[in-house]
Design a protein around this ligand. Structure first.
Ligand code: ADP
Ligand code: MG
Length: 292
């Protein structure tokens, strides 16, 4: 159908874009990284030379001591190494973001294999970290993780990452809305994972304490192109794509529990043994039992 076509296209173009960006960033970052190490070493050596020189030749001529004043030994000794190492930390950061982008873009249509779901969630949080931090008009999002002991899950890792991305960025959008209205609001997102008691599926719960949604809105969130966001901000495809990935590609279930002013929870169930037929009833009852 047309929706499926849009979905497939969106997914592969996002994956390609991300992989392309990761690759392009990687080269200059490695270049910076390598040169920073040199800069650090040379600063140390020059400093040693300078100090040795000063102690050996206390009676230096004017021209040289003028130069030394310009150089500012204290700066070279204390501040410069700090500046260089903070640049190195920055480069480290970019490296790890590039790595997570690469992991994220593993669209791996052909690669249906066991992966660590927590790694996928953590990568997603890393990519979204700029939106989680506090700013002048946003208090920042508190992330609470309650990870269970999960086995590796057979899945399309890139696609699942896209679901985490969709659901978590929706939560951030919602939290931002509430933060705009309420002064003393501490936004939080809680991510918990569990294996079902009968070992047949894993459960991932992503909950926010945002504005929640009305019953009317909740009924439509999985519809393609349904959005409550301003034009240009929302496409209304995020949850429709997530639904296809979880339900159609993985034989799982995605459900939403939401209450106005209280918050929203997304429950994702993935079968541990995809050969087994997913049992909706047992999922629903366990979902309600384990709720809160
Ligand atoms: P989009 O994010 O582009 O609007 P989605 O399919 O991702 O499209 O989401 C559809 C709608 O579902 C959103 O516009 C929003 O109204 C609602 N929604 C999704 N997640 C949340 C949430 N965590 N809290 C409140 N509303 C949400
Ligand atoms: Mg969305």
């Amino acid at each position: 159908t047309q929706t499926q076509l849009i979905q497939t296209e969106k997914m592969s173009s996002l994956g390609q874009l991300v992989a392309g960006i990761a690759h392009e960033i990687n080269n200059p970052v490695n270049f910076i990284y390598g040169n920073l190490a040199y800069a650090q070493d040379y600063t140390q050596q020059l400093l040693q030379l300078l100090q040795l020189y000063q102690s050996r030749y206390p009676q230096r001529d004017r021209e040289i001591s003028d130069l030394e004043t310009a150089i500012d030994v204290d700066f070279v000794a204390q501040d410069l190494p700090k500046i260089i190492s903070s640049m190195q930390i920055g480069a480290d950061r970019i490296c790890s973001i590039v790595l997570s982008l690469r992991n994220f873009s593993r669209l791996d249509e052909a690669e249906y294999k066991p992966v660590d779901l927590h790694e996928g969630v953590d990568n997603t949080l890393l990519i979204l970290q700029h939106r989680l931090k506090s700013t002048v008009d946003f208090p920042g999002v508190q992330i609470l993780k309650d990870y269970g002991d999960l086995p590796s899950i057979k899945c399309y890792a890139g696609q699942l990452n896209q679901v985490f991305m969709n659901v978590i960025s929706n939560a951030i959008d919602a939290l931002q809305l509430k933060a705009d209205k309420e002064t003393f609001f501490q936004p939080s997102i809680c991510i918990s994972t569990r294996v079902s008691a009968d070992n047949s599926f894993v459960l991932i719960r992503i909950a926010d304490n945002g504005p929640g949604m009305t019953e009317e809105i909740k009924q439509r969130i999985f519809d393609p192109f349904f959005t409550t966001k301003p034009v240009g901000k929302g496409t209304g495809l995020g949850l429709a794509i997530s639904y296809q990935i979880i339900v159609e590609k993985h034989g799982g279930i995605i459900e939403c529990i939401s209450e106005v002013d209280q918050g929203t929870e997304f429950w994702i169930e993935l079968p541990l043994n995809p050969q087994c037929k997913v049992n909706n009833l047992s999922f629903n009852s366990s979902l309600l039992n384990s709720k809160r």
